[in-house]
Design a protein. Structure first.
Length: 331
């Protein structure tokens, strides 16, 4: 999937600055919500109620959002990503027929959130990730990153935008075997023209945090799959991206390496990094703070972690996937 989603690594060097303020948790019980009617509002507009139920952001009289201690401007400032009524229609060769990959996708991601997106093959996840990565443009609707509409970027601006705002973690690592681990991590900064002293300064704290300091002089073919993925995460983090997009990051790992990587994602998220992960793995998704389910080109359901443990969230995700597979209605 990585080769299809990210065809040219030289065109995908993320960078830029990020704010470090944590996003607040929008829901405290992790219950299933009806996504099409509410998903667009849940992440940034729902109040952080503690009575175990989601509440609408506005009361019956149309008052301002109920989240306490935040002005309307502050709430909006916490939104890093807004996906609004996204549609994507592909026309088959020779214009014979049209295929609607995305029909009406809406959701928001707050700064500091950790969001997983799940769905069966053909549900529209890859198309959505293509659009979020500014590799494709929607037929309708909009994707706003820090308020900027990605569909309005000119082709010549997209590579620069990815370099300045996005970090990528691939299923198959995408490391160059002829480069050392250190040079693989440095590669995005080299392509961005970063001075070498600054590259070294950025690398040291990341290498310590990810536990790869003793691997920097080795080559990818000399290290394990789990170590390769930690190197790939370091390569994404070193550019200080606003948003990390992870494409099936545990797909090529064994169970032990998967556990290590998921703990790593949790740690970098606690430090304030916003993460959006596409995955088929219930285990991987159960470590996120929120899970969106895509079905037939739209967000069908979403679950907030709230106070749920990983095990409890795992069970809720499994139940939801069973409901989706059996054609159940929205809760």
């Amino acid at each position: 999937m990585a080769a299809e989603l990210f065809p040219d690594y030289n065109d995908l060097v993320p960078g830029g600055q990020r704010r470090t303020r944590k996003a607040s948790q929008a829901n405290a019980d992790g219950n299933l919500t009806d996504a099409p009617g509410k998903a667009a509002d849940c992440a940034a507009g729902e109040s952080g109620e503690t009575d175990g139920h989601l509440t609408d952001a506005r009361n019956a009289e149309g008052a301002e959002p109920a989240r306490e201690n935040f002005t309307r401007r502050e709430v909006q400032a916490m939104e890093i990503l807004a996906v609004n009524n996204l549609k994507k229609v592909y026309t088959t060769r020779f214009g014979g027929s049209q295929v609607q990959a995305l029909s009406n996708v809406s959701f928001k991601v707050e700064e500091g959130e950790y969001v997983a997106i799940m769905g069966e093959s053909g549900s529209g996840k890859t198309t959505l990730l293509n659009i979020l990565a500014a590799l494709d443009v929607p037929t309708g609707g909009a994707v706003l990153l820090d308020g900027r509409d990605l569909s309005r970027l000119r082709e010549s601006e997209r590579a620069q935008f990815r370099r300045d705002h996005l970090g990528f973690v691939f299923q198959e690592f995408n490391l160059l075997d002829t480069f050392s681990v250190q040079d693989n991590i440095f590669l995005p900064l080299v392509l961005a023209g970063t001075p070498y002293p600054e590259m070294e300064e950025r690398l040291q704290p990341i290498a310590r945090k990810l536990g790869i300091g003793d691997l920097l002089k080795k080559y990818p073919y000399e290290i394990s799959g789990g170590q390769k993925q930690r190197v790939a995460v370091a390569r994404a983090l070193i550019t200080k991206p606003r948003l990390i997009l992870a494409d099936e990051p545990t797909g090529a790992l064994d169970s032990r390496a998967t556990d290590e990587l998921l703990r790593l994602f949790e740690a970098i998220n606690r430090d304030g990094q916003t993460v959006l992960m596409v995955t088929h793995s219930v285990k991987a998704a159960s470590h996120a703070g929120r899970v969106l389910f895509i079905k037939d080109g739209e967000v069908f359901h979403q679950i907030y972690r709230g106070v749920s443990s990983d095990e409890q969230l795992y069970q809720k995700i499994s139940d939801t996937l069973t409901m989706l597979a059996t054609g159940g209605d929205r809760a």
